[in-house]
Design a protein around this ligand. Structure first.
Ligand SMILES: [Zn+2]
Ligand SMILES: [Zn+2]
Length: 446
């Protein structure tokens, strides 16, 4: 058990210090908001983040998985290592008020606030007298590419050997950056209720990602369609085939398949011969994802067979379902409740979205709580904006720093309780083997 007196005193010091010294954390979030960049291209965001971490007197290891970085804060004595994560990337959202006019990238998932709340937590832990009382260390882990977008471009980067996985955290695992981490946590902003508080517990789906290329035969669309093979019609039939199988999915499996066409032809007066699609296949369990993925492949082949086109299907490892550690989540929840009151901390259930924090929670104890402070239809919508930086950055950072104090004070007794009570679903090697097994590149012709 935590020695209640010592931990409570330290947590008050941490929280007060973030209140009085946390402004640079909000500044970092606002700076990141002003130059949104998509995954593996977060050059300016990474530079600003590294500079902000350096102002705390910390050494920053940069250029990990292209744009990622880590920095370590050491406690007074050795002990477990806790990673506080933040994501660098934005996603393309045309019409967002803070979108980059050239790329349309925008922080419509509010990852800029994660950079801020991670920094706020680091600032709090550096309050005078705190670190000396902690046994262990904290690694600030800034990762690229959480939004699984621009699949065609990232797949080219993969083929060129610049990355293996299209998501940043799988890359961090592959590169060994999680090898010395015992516990991980990250706080994500949401537009969901409670706007003025936190969402805790809950789970997210996992996913595999697919890039699909239908190849047909070009001919004059009006004069000679009989000489063409219409790749767009093949894609249309495939999408209908995907829809036709939705009734076969069990509710508990939370299957989500939502294809888009990224290239639908070249000119209107020629039969489309090159049509490209991207999709996710999401599900609550790895087996559910596998089963749905086979059905999607069947529909994709059917589209090609119906019109005599060829389809190239690239299936890429995605993210694993989120499995939060209950003991750790309970510790964090108590800190969130201390900050905003129990009525403003809601328990979340199964969520249809996915995150590569899921991957980390399969191999170690971790949490992925949500914080409010944002408005709009939902994350990823063009009207999603953060309207409460005190909550999304400072309070979220305080809750994580207070959780670190709980874990690492009193000779890290609580951290040891979390670690010994946690049975990881798989080892790092098993994780990498599982993800690599999802990769396939197949071609079908009638
Ligand atoms: Zn997102
Ligand atoms: Zn996000």
């Amino acid at each position: 058990m935590v020695h209640p007196g010592i931990a409570a005193d330290l947590k008050k010091i941490v929280s007060d210090y973030v209140s009085s010294h946390g402004e640079p954390a909000i500044d970092l979030a606002r700076t990141a908001l002003s130059h949104p960049e998509t995954g593996y291209k977060e050059v300016k965001t990474a530079a600003a983040t590294a500079a902000a971490i350096r102002t705390l007197g910390l050494y920053v290891r940069e250029d990990i998985a292209v744009t990622g970085m880590t920095a370590t804060i050491k406690g007074g004595s050795p002990g477990p290592n806790i990673a506080i994560l933040a994501e660098l990337d934005a996603l393309p959202v045309p019409g967002h008020p803070n979108a980059d006019p050239e790329t349309t990238a925008a922080h419509a998932c509010a990852h800029h606030c994660q950079l801020g709340n991670m920094l706020a937590a680091a600032i709090g832990l550096q309050a005078p007298g705190v670190l000396d009382s902690l046994s262990g260390s904290v690694t600030l882990m800034v990762v690229p590419a959480e939004e699984y977008v621009e699949i065609e471009w990232r797949n080219e980067q993969r083929k060129a050997g610049r990355i293996e996985f299209l998501g940043g955290k799988p890359e961090f695992v592959r590169l060994g950056e999680l090898d010395d981490v015992d516990i991980c946590m990250m706080t994500h902003v949401t537009t969901e209720d409670p706007h003025d508080g936190f969402g805790v517990f809950g789970a997210n789906t996992g996913l595999v990602a697919k890039f699909i290329n239908y190849r047909g035969v070009k001919s004059h669309a009006g004069g000679a369609p009989h000489l063409g093979v219409n790749a767009l019609n093949a894609a249309h039939l495939a999408i209908a085939g995907i829809h036709a199988q939705r009734e076969t999915y069990r509710d508990d499996d939370t299957i989500r398949v939502h294809p888009i066409i990224t290239r639908g032809g070249s000119v209107v007066n020629a039969v489309p011969d090159d049509v490209r699609m991207e999709t996710f296949v999401r599900g609550a369990t790895i087996n559910a994802i596998r089963g749905a993925n086979e059905k999607v492949d069947r529909a994709l082949r059917a589209g090609a067979l119906a019109v005599g086109a060829t389809v190239d299907i690239t299936t890429l490892p995605g993210y694993l379902p989120l499995a939060q550690d209950r003991i750790l989540a309970t510790i964090h929840r108590a800190n969130a409740e201390a900050l905003v009151g129990p009525d403003l901390v809601h328990e979340f259930g199964m969520r249809g979205g996915s995150t590569d924090m899921g991957d980390l929670t399969q191999i170690m104890p971790g949490i992925h709580p949500y914080v409010g402070g944002a408005v709009g239809r939902s994350n990823h919508a063009e009207d999603m904006v953060v309207d409460d930086y005190n909550l999304a950055v400072l309070d979220a950072g305080k809750a994580m720093a207070m959780t670190v104090v709980d874990l690492l004070s009193n000779n890290a007794a609580e951290a040891m309780r979390v670690i010994s009570g946690h049975k990881p679903a798989m080892t790092k090697d098993e994780y990498l083997a599982l993800q690599r097994a999802f990769l396939s590149e197949r071609s079908y012709t009638e």
